[in-house]
Design a binder for this molecule. Structure first.
Ligand SMILES: Nc1ncnc2c1ncn2[C@@H]1O[C@H](COP(=O)(O)OP(=O)(O)OP(=O)(O)O)[C@@H](O)[C@H]1O
Length: 251
């Protein structure tokens, strides 16, 4: 089943004469359970695509269908819950003065979901944190633990899609692999579909089946991970990205 179907998507910011088109007519489909990577130079529009799929960037045209349902101008609560984002910086994305329990409770309250304590306990366990962490504050956690909380918060609404925006790049190298492995396990256990943005081709190659290479708001190429590893790529932009991370991709 096609989980994410994007056709001729344009996304812009600003109004009237200040309007600037950032994403310029991209097309891609992601199957259920697949991981789709987005790579490309800084500012080419990767996060903007994630924001549009998440329902955060509302200035878009084209067609989006998620889990077989056409997405309109306004999304229902259940449509919004289908896909959740995880950001680069867990410090910035988790409220510093709320306990972890409160952070996890909030989405359940907003969406009017019951069995809250059970769900909080289960999701903490799912991301490999002790249940007692619900009483802690973010500053009492390590970077990796905070990113686990951010992933738990994304999972608590039982989404079918995670939109991962540089989920490991703010972490120590030693912790990055831990979080990547957690994401890999969760994907298999929960049958999740991912779109992953990363500047690190090794991260994308580790997690993704297919990778779109972006330049200036468009896709220049969509490659299979295997093609990328074997160097079987055509576009100079892809070659440049691959050469920039030579050694890591093949590893
Ligand atoms: N809210 C906004 N209002 C206006 N312009 C924005 C907004 N958010 C992003 N932009 C601009 O849109 C362009 C694309 O940004 P985006 O964050 O999607 O790029 P990216 O490919 O994810 O880059 P990076 O790898 O640096 O995160 C940039 O020029 C950025 O300045």
């Amino acid at each position: 089943m096609t989980m994410i179907d994007i056709r001729d998507l344009t996304v812009s910011y600003g109004k009237n004469e200040n309007e600037i088109q950032i994403v310029k007519g991209v097309n891609f489909q992601v199957a259920e359970g697949e991981s789709f990577g987005l790579v490309g130079e800084s500012g080419c529009g990767k996060s903007t695509i994630l924001g549009a799929v998440a329902g955060r960037n509302k200035q878009w045209t084209g067609h989006m269908a998620i889990a077989g349902e056409e997405i309109g101008r306004k999304r229902t609560r259940s449509q919004l819950a289908l896909q959740q984002m995880v950001f680069q910086d867990p410090f910035g994305s988790i409220h510093p003065r709320h306990t972890i329990g409160r952070t996890l409770l909030e989405p359940l309250e907003i969406h009017g979901i019951g069995q809250r304590q059970e769900r909080i306990e289960k999701v903490l366990t799912d991301v490999g944190l002790p249940i007692a962490f619900r009483y802690r504050y973010p500053h009492q956690l390590s970077g990796g633990q905070r990113q686990r909380v951010a992933i738990a918060r994304a999972l608590i609404l039982k989404p079918r899609i995670l939109l991962l925006d540089e989920p490991t790049s703010a972490l120590d190298v030693s912790i990055q692999a831990e979080i990547l492995n957690l994401l890999k396990d969760l994907k298999e256990r929960e049958k999740l579909t991912y779109i992953l943005v990363s500047h690190d081709l090794a991260v994308v190659a580790h997690l993704c089946n297919r990778i779109a290479v972006m330049q200036n708001g468009t896709f220049v190429e969509i490659v299979d991970t295997r093609q990328l590893i074997e160097g079987n790529i055509t576009h100079p932009c892809t070659r440049m990205l691959r050469d920039g991370s030579r050694g890591y991709v093949a590893a």
